[in-house]
Design a protein around this ligand. Structure first.
Ligand SMILES: Cc1ncc(COP(=O)(O)O)c(C=O)c1O
Length: 386
């Protein structure tokens, strides 16, 4: 392998949110915030170095190569054709969601999500004054499934204007099948609910079920958000796109973003984006091998050494969703214990909706050495809980 994902890169004192938020504690193992500890791919580093050496960092515009890179990636990696006109830049998926919520609903309207789900969905819906409606996913013990009956009941409420789909799903790691997406799509069309597909984790899919872009089902009645940020570990460069075949939708979202002063991309972000989507495949393919080994190591560890806890193998993402309900303590208390007693920082499940209480989310996008240390600390604390 060309890339060494086992290398431990010291991220302390680099203004890393993941590593530097707990200044009062030295010996920490941060397995929370969803970025990885790996260095970016060589082509990305070279593109950034070249921009840095140029030395002038004035306002930028998006070149043809930017759109070409996004279109190429969709086609090459996901067998899906999109057009340049469908693409609009945004400095992140969350800013895009905020703009979409503002463009397509009014304060007091409702937004449908599938809990447990990415905590910022809750934050961005609430802070825009919209109400959250949850369609809880069903944990069968072997998988998470959609309760379609409940979904339709909730979608049929006239105040529900939007459905934010997480595909693949953070934190449960499901990659939704074509059949599932078609059923969701039919319900949303019937009840005039706009589908917003957050597909930020689309490239981090393991063997088995392939990721199906929602746009391949209905590009006209939906808005998809994509980004190379999770895939290539460049979240701090703040580059993402919204994609829709519906030009009215695109214009509406762009107007809201313009009204908030969001238009210019970051000069470094553009270079990294193009390099990632045109030259990053080798790195990504090797990353997926490493992440799968991390995932399988995690699964065996938990099954052998922590049999009280349950974990379903995620089909995607570097986020493990661990069912700790058998311990009889809430996820907040468990999270506090793990941090206070072992310096292990994880995400507490309750922040992903009530359905997540008793669970914790653990980020395994790190070297095997850090993963092993984190798991040993987890075991140590869990074994003290009677
Ligand atoms: C599902 C999902 N959407 C969006 C984001 C954040 O996107 P951005 O950093 O582009 O705002 C994350 C980050 O963890 C995520 O998991």
């Amino acid at each position: 392998m060309k890339y060494d994902f086992g290398e431990v890169v010291n991220r302390k004192n680099t203004n890393s949110f993941k590593w530097d938020s707990a200044k009062d504690k030295e010996d920490i193992v941060p397995m929370w915030v969803a970025d990885m500890d790996f260095k970016a791919a060589d082509p990305i580093l070279r593109a950034l170095e070249s921009k840095l050496r140029h030395g002038v960092f004035g306002y930028a515009h998006l070149p043809e190569a930017y759109y070409g890179a996004e279109i190429h990636w969709w086609q090459k990696r996901h067998d899906c054709l999109i057009e340049k006109d469908w693409i609009a830049f945004t400095p992140g998926v969350i800013p895009a969601l905020a703009a979409i919520i503002q463009a397509f609903s009014s304060p007091g309207d409702k937004v449908l999500i599938q809990a447990p789900v990415y905590n910022s969905f809750y934050g961005i819906i609430k802070s825009n004054g919209r109400e959250i409606v949850e369609n809880n996913l069903v944990n069968t013990g072997e998988s998470y499934e959609i309760d379609f009956e409940d979904f339709e009941k909730k979608a049929s409420d006239e105040s529900v204007k939007l459905f934010i789909l997480c595909n693949p799903h953070n934190p449960v790691g499901r990659v939704w099948s074509r059949e599932e997406l078609e059923r969701l799509s039919a319900i949303c069309r019937k009840h005039r609910v706009l589908v917003v597909a957050d597909e930020i984790h689309r490239d981090l899919v393991f063997e088995g079920r392939p990721y199906v872009p929602y746009a391949s089902i209905d590009a006209n009645n939906s808005i998809t958000c994509t980004s190379p940020s999770k895939t290539f570990n460049i979240a701090g460069l703040k580059m993402a796109n919204i994609i829709t075949a519906n030009m009215d939708y695109k214009e509406k979202v762009k107007q809201v973003m313009l009204a908030s002063g969001i238009h210019d991309p970051n000069v470094f972000g553009i270079e990294a984006f193009i390099a990632a989507y045109t030259e990053g495949e080798e790195w990504l393919d090797q990353l997926l091998v490493y992440l799968k080994e991390n995932r399988d190591y995690f699964l065996s560890f938990v099954r052998e050494r922590l049999p009280n806890l349950k974990v379903i193998a995620p089909q995607s993402t570097y986020l493990m969703w661990l069912d700790c309900r058998a311990l009889g303590i809430g996820s907040e208390e468990l999270s506090r214990k793990l941090f206070d007693e072992a310096g292990l920082r994880i995400n507490e499940g309750s922040t992903y909706g009530k359905a997540g209480d008793g669970f914790i989310r653990i980020n395994i996008g790190c070297s095997r050495a850090i993963l092993t240390e984190g798991l040993n600390r987890l075991e140590h604390v869990i074994k003290t809980i009677k």
